[in-house]
Design a protein around this ligand. Structure first.
Ligand SMILES: Nc1nc2c(ncn2[C@@H]2O[C@H](COP(=O)(O)OP(=O)(O)OP(=O)(O)O)[C@@H](O)[C@H]2O)c(=O)[nH]1
Ligand SMILES: [Mg+2]
Length: 302
């Protein structure tokens, strides 16, 4: 996973070291770094910000022959990445759910994202994860648009021995969400997971519908689901949902097939929201908690 991003970070420090030793101009190394970030799915704005960090570091140390510029550049980049991930913070959903359960209230999670990113699969994986942590779960079939969507969620739920609250196709998803909340309250279920549609006539309609569900249901947490393989698109979608509906954390699916790795970095940088989990396959256990430290360690080889 994420090999390209790792390569981009290691190539800038080795290029700086080589050029410094041979007294060559460093501008081309900085330019190559920016290109390799973009090729690793790092959003343009984030690639520019990181390149500026490198440039500033080089300007600040160029005169001093005694310092190892490559080392300084590596440290500056690490510090910048660490700061972005620290700003986004982290969330312990299991303890949040437990906390609310103590007060006798269900914890409501709304899943958001465009079509095909893996929302429904992720709802099932997330339900499995909560169950394994000793929590009770119910799902609501909030995608009342796509033919087969209700059956798809119901099949997952059956395999996981979970209840699904649903209505007919064409029903108001906000009403389905509200039914879910009422069911969870009446049956003392710890957590309600609401699946939603990803495709509507227009993105504007999708945003309006998601905002309406959020207004009616007032979820405790909104999870944005993105497909890591779509790279920069995932970042634009994150910006769209963050602006129009708002979300509290992201899950990146299909990370098992993602060799580039820039999506996680870019979503954290551009939205300031944490990545919570990575989807790493199609099985119910293929959901790994996202460890920012380990991620940074793997891409910066520290
Ligand atoms: N390899 C891999 N495949 C995944 C992962 N997550 C989801 N998928 C696959 O992606 C496809 C789409 O998943 P869905 O869960 O149906 O996506 P969705 O967002 O609900 O799609 P719509 O309901 O059409 O909006 C399915 O074939 C999933 O098995 C993952 O982490 N890794
Ligand atoms: Mg779906």
């Amino acid at each position: 996973m994420f090999d390209r991003l790792k390569q981009a970070f290691s190539s800038i420090t080795s290029a700086v070291r080589e050029k410094q030793l041979s007294g060559q101009d460093l501008d081309s190394a900085v330019f190559d770094f920016q290109i390799s970030l973009i090729e690793s799915d790092v959003a343009q704005s984030v690639a520019e910000a990181l390149t500026t960090e490198v440039q500033k570091t080089l300007e600040g140390t160029r005169v001093d022959r005694s310092v190892d510029m490559a080392e300084v550049v590596g440290e500056r980049l690490n510090a910048s990445l660490e700061a972005a991930f620290a700003r986004a913070g982290s969330v312990d959903i299991v303890s949040n759910v437990r906390e609310k359960a103590k007060a006798g209230e269900p914890y409501v999670i709304l899943f958001l994202g465009i079509n095909g990113t893996g929302k429904t699969t992720t709802v099932a994986k997330f339900a499995n994860f909560l169950k394994k942590n000793g929590l009770s779960v119910v799902c609501a079939a909030g995608d009342t648009h796509r033919p087969g969507a209700i059956e798809q969620l119901s099949e997952h739920a059956e395999r996981l021995s979970l209840k699904v609250v649903s209505q007919r196709y064409g029903a108001d998803p906000a009403a389905v969400g509200r039914d879910g909340v009422l069911y969870a309250k009446a049956h003392h279920v710890d957590c309600l997971l609401i699946d939603t549609a990803g495709r509507m006539q227009t993105n504007q309609n999708l945003m309006e519908e998601m905002s309406k569900i959020a207004r009616v249901v007032r979820p405790d947490f909104r999870i944005f689901v993105a497909d890591a393989l779509t790279g920069n698109d995932a970042v634009s979608q994150a910006a769209l949902f963050n602006q129009h509906v708002g979300f509290d954390g992201a899950i990146l699916t299909k990370a098992d097939a993602d060799v580039r790795g820039g999506a996680a970095l870019s979503i954290v940088y551009t939205t300031g929201k944490p990545v919570l989990f990575l989807g790493v396959g199609q099985g119910y256990d293929d959901l790994s908690p996202f460890d920012a430290k380990a991620f940074l360690g793997s891409i910066t080889a520290r």
